[in-house]
Ligand binder design. Sequence first.
Ligand code: F6R
Length: 617
Amino acid sequence: MCGLFAYVGSVNAVPILLDGLRSVEYRGYDSAGISVITESGSIETRKRGDHKASLNNLHSAVTDDQLFGLVGIGHTRWATHGVVNHANSHPHSSVDGSISIAHNGIIENFLDIRDELLDSGVELSSETDSEVIAHLAGNYLATGHSLRDSLVKTVGQLKGNMVVIAVATSEPSKVVGLRLGNAGGIVVGKNEDSAFMASDTVALLSHTAEVVYLESGQVVEIESGSFRLFDFNGKPIEGKSVKTDQSFRAAQKGKYPDFMSKEIAEQPEAIQRAIAGRVNLVSGELEMPEITLSANQIRSIDRVLITGMGTSLHAGMFGASMIESLARIPASAENSSELRYRNPVIGSNTLIIAVTQSGETADTLAAMEYASQQGSCQIAVLEQEGSQAARIADFTLPIHAGQEIGVASTKTMIASMTTLLELSIFLARVRSVIDVDRVKQLVEQISTLPSLVASTLDRNGETSDVAKHLAKFTDLLYLGRGSQLPIALEGALKMKELAYIHAEGYPAGEMKHGVNALLGADMPTVVCAPNNHLYEKMLSNISEVKARGGEVMAIVSDSDDTLERIVDQVIRIPDCSEFLQPFLTLVPLQLLAYTTALELGRDPDQPRNLAKTVTVE
Ligand code: F6R
């Protein structure tokens, strides 16, 4: 989850490290720190553990004391072991100051190692698991090992998934990085006289047009203008260079006050890009060139299991309902952290679909690894095409939403839903469950989605009053049925993570089985109730909430003239066919959470205790 950045070159590393850390700060913002090798050959470390102010405060600190060096590493932290403070901030150094390291991941046998270090007389200066790396590697350096060997030998003693970057006084012109398992990526790049490492390609865009992704079990040494890859036995490896997608440069706020409002507003374009190359309006076909399975292979699929976490799981739930109803294949969606450990029965006829915008979520990757071992075919629906998920999957379906910076996912959810809807039509067509005319009709309807979402966004104002009202409560309930259930769950998740208001997403039919006991004037209910085949059922549920004194805010279709007479407030979405409605009800729920967050003075881009990419389980 943490962000890493490293630089070796011919100019001062300090501003470059700070700039790089700014790009990976979305991965964690509990602390920020850098270590540089100064002209005298010693390591100087500066760090700040001031929550979200860390990077700005670090910036002031290093500017004030004019820190200078040509080689350095940096880290932004998402706390796992130890509270947020200065001592627990990275980088961490060995007692003799010979090495400084920054770490992303979790050391599972950290308590044992820590006890051994304490028994041997080492005084630890933090509560982190990471610090032990500096001491262990420092011991190897002291017995004459190179920095690379010292790090490899150190991680040989550790259990868990991790990425480590380090500098040492014994080799003052290089930074060494290594990756063990799936604790988020590490990307390497160079230009004429510099070389870099970062947790995310986006941090290298202004420095290089090509990158190499480090695989698990690989170690890299970067020096001015060059880098070399090795396996853990020291054998040199040829890294595969990948061209960077320079369109990521668009990751600027522009005219928007924050990334979240920008990314919500970008949703029509995100859908448009997810449609391009797949929805063919001329032929009326739905093409999926990325999936090269034969028709027989597609017909032999007897079950689809979609997996992901958080918002991506909600997109997956929507996808499962589309695949089952359109392609008539039994389909379900399951949280990856549950799936990976419950020894599920999956096999060669199960199609696994992993939904993960980052492609680096630890639990999702572990569930995918499990599915690979069981011989299941896997499709990854993702944004980051160079990610670990893309390498595990048999096929990738890029969602093309564009880089999402806001920690809370918005446009990547809508683009994942679009892609899953397209996949369900593709599967249905290949399995001959729907005919050419039906595909043509669906394709025409999907092509209207960008303008439908744009027109839903234009009604933005309707949510403001509701948001102001909801901000007064500590508990909210979100209800949906059928394909609106994942949207209700997502609305509640957005409200929790952005506004820090407790919100429950629930199947409306489940209310009578316990939750009705909570109903009353102190807990408003937000319902997704567009005109669809479950509308009458929702109407009954809404009446039940009203009968118990609960306030109801309803997302309704334009043509609905019933609900405004029953509920306390309506937010309208354009009329459209039922299978497109979830895209439209999602938008006001995102806006509600965003506006409520602003109303309560929260930072929508960096909610507390969260990180964009969750690379630890
Ligand atoms: C919530 C949110 C998270 C992510 C989840 C999975 O707004 O963004 O719930 O959806 O961490 O991330 P990816 O899609 O990168 O696997």
